[in-house]
Design a protein around this ligand. Structure first.
Ligand SMILES: [Zn+2]
Length: 210
């Protein structure tokens, strides 16, 4: 448990996970825990008041780099653990538009499953810029409401998507037609990783894998 989970339990962020990583790191290097006490209250007090020891003080010969890494990860001040926060709220479902947690296997909005290869569209510009849409395994119609509700030049029925692991898209006669880099999408076309899909003023790159 990170010190802030004891001191300010209502203000705990991802930094607490970084702290846990630091504890694991310290344990792998030294075979011990950074703070130990048979008494639970004393253990809490130690975490709040005392910096973690350097791994090299427990196991001589540990490098300065490992010492510095553990010191940073185990910093009692969450802000000093030095890891950028993950982008939040940017992952969404292409079928229903719902915001998703970090690694969903099924959409909490439409209940469709996401293939393990994580086929997705990462939008780089236009009203949907910065958002990543996971593509669930299903056939569905998607458009303005799911992708960019404020973007009036996108049709409600913008494109048809069929995903069975591989992904096929077709424009549905939208006012601003969906296009691939190499042409219109009048018929179903398979997306290949790296393809850029132009959706009424927003460009999404199709990606699969990690
Ligand atoms: Zn969904």
């Amino acid at each position: 448990m990170a010190p802030e989970q004891i001191a300010t339990p209502d203000r705990v962020g991802f930094e607490a996970d970084v702290f846990s990583l630091g504890v694991s790191c310290f344990n792998m290097v030294t075979g011990e825990l950074p703070w130990t006490s048979a008494d639970a209250d004393e253990l809490v007090a130690l975490k709040l008041r005392q910096d973690a020891p350097r791994p090299s003080s427990v196991v001589p010969g540990v490098s300065e780099e490992v010492d510095a890494l553990c010191e940073r990860l185990l910093s009692r001040d969450p802000r000093k653990r030095g890891v950028a926060p993950p982008k939040s709220g940017s992952l969404r479902c292409l079928a229903c538009g719902k915001s998703l947690g970090s690694a969903p296997t099924r959409c909490p909005g439409c209940d469709l499953p996401f293939p393990p290869t994580r086929p997705r569209l990462e939008f780089t510009d236009g009203p949907a810029a910065g958002q990543v849409f996971l593509i669930p395994q299903a056939e569905f119609v998607t458009g303005r409401l799911q992708i960019a509700p404020e973007s009036l030049n996108m049709s409600r029925r913008q494109m048809h998507v069929a995903c069975s692991g591989s992904v096929m898209v077709r424009d549905l006669g939208a006012a601003n037609p969906t296009r691939l880099d190499d042409g219109p999408l009048t018929f179903d076309a398979f997306l290949r990783p790296g393809d850029r899909l132009h959706v009424a003023g927003s460009t999404g790159r199709f990606l699969v894998g990690a």
